[in-house]
Design a binder for this molecule. Structure first.
Ligand SMILES: [Zn+2]
Length: 320
């Protein structure tokens, strides 16, 4: 894909640069997370990130964009959402194209079956290809963990928050889908707990990446959702997780407004960050995406931006 065909990226204001778009000629572009990449120290320093370089060298990762696939219309063109009307052969071809870009065969991938649960599945050789090149034998799985090399964890997104975990000491990985329900119910805690039980992971050894997903500016929620967050995070407003919407303008004087009609902006990314820190992941090993799905509708699939008429992105994480 020609670099000239890449839409201009809009970054989240005030966030340090944590992602880069990788464009290899003839391959589909994908997003790489700088804190997970194998850059030389000098390069990492120019990004302003203070990270231990090379610690994640045993892992391959990537996050898809809308570019470089074979799907059409609302799915155009790199789509991995399988239940929204796109042809299964298109999705399989997209997995093959993406796999070639990342250097990961589609047969090595295991695709989560996400239903906003907090269920975590341990996958290994046995699961390879499930949800991608062959049927799954599992359902209702919103996070995957493994310590098996060559098994690629895959999960789908279009605004919800992906959370990537790398235990740099035990050499184990996890990938979770944290929408608002998964965040309130703390799939992050569940994922780390599973890694601890299975692989002996100490949360202190985890490097985590949160996003790309929807930014607070684009994520307006009602009282019902806001209340759930207030329950889990008593200081939600002070922490910036919730920000009350200014109820001025056309809403004022509306009889159906008032307390029950209050709106909030929800920062899922900050909530996930808090979950990670409370789970024991060191603050300086938690990295937040600098791009939002809804801010970049030409580059990324966004549920909110398209009012649900959309395809899906995928995150990929594998031990070499
Ligand atoms: Zn946004």
């Amino acid at each position: 894909m020609d670099k000239a065909d890449i839409p201009k990226i809009k970054y989240i204001e005030g966030r340090e640069r944590t992602t880069e778009l990788v464009c290899i000629p003839g391959k589909a572009p994908f997003i790489r997370f700088i804190p997970f990449s194998n850059k030389k120290k000098s390069e990492a320093e120019t990004t302003g990130l203070t990270i231990e370089c090379g610690a994640c060298d045993f892992v391959m990762h990537g996050f898809s964009t809308r570019l470089g696939g074979v799907s059409e219309g609302i799915f155009s063109s790199m789509n991995f959402a399988s239940n929204r009307g796109d042809a299964p052969e298109n999705i399989l071809e997209n997995f093959r194209i993406m796999g070639e870009s990342l250097g990961i065969p589609a047969e090595s991938m295991v695709y989560a079956k996400q239903t906003h649960t907090i269920n975590v599945l341990h996958v290994n050789e046995y699961n390879k290809g499930m949800g991608v090149t062959r049927e799954r034998d599992f359902n209702d799985i919103d996070a995957l963990v493994t310590d098996t090399p060559g098994v690629c964890l895959v999960a789908g997104f279009a605004d919800c928050i992906p959370v990537f975990f790398i235990d740099t000491k035990r050499k184990a990985i996890g990938l979770a889908h944290s929408g608002w329900r998964g965040t309130v119910n703390d799939i992050i805690y569940e994922t780390v707990k599973k890694m601890s039980e299975l692989f002996g992971t100490d949360p202190e050894d985890i490097r985590a990446f949160v996003g790309p997903g929807i930014c607070a500016e684009h994520y307006e929620v009602g009282n019902d959702v806001a209340d759930e967050f207030k329950n889990k995070y008593p200081d939600a407003e002070k922490m910036g997780i919730l920000r009350k919407k200014d109820n001025t303008g056309i809403d004022s004087g509306n009889m159906s407004g008032g307390a029950s009609g209050e709106k909030y902006y929800l920062d899922l990314t900050l909530a996930c960050r808090d979950n990670l820190i409370n789970t024991g992941v060191p603050e300086d090993k938690v990295f937040l995406s600098d791009i939002c799905t809804c801010c970049n509708p030409e580059l990324l699939h966004s549920h909110r931006f398209t009012k649900g008429q959309r395809g899906g992105l995928c995150g990929f994480l594998m031990i070499r």
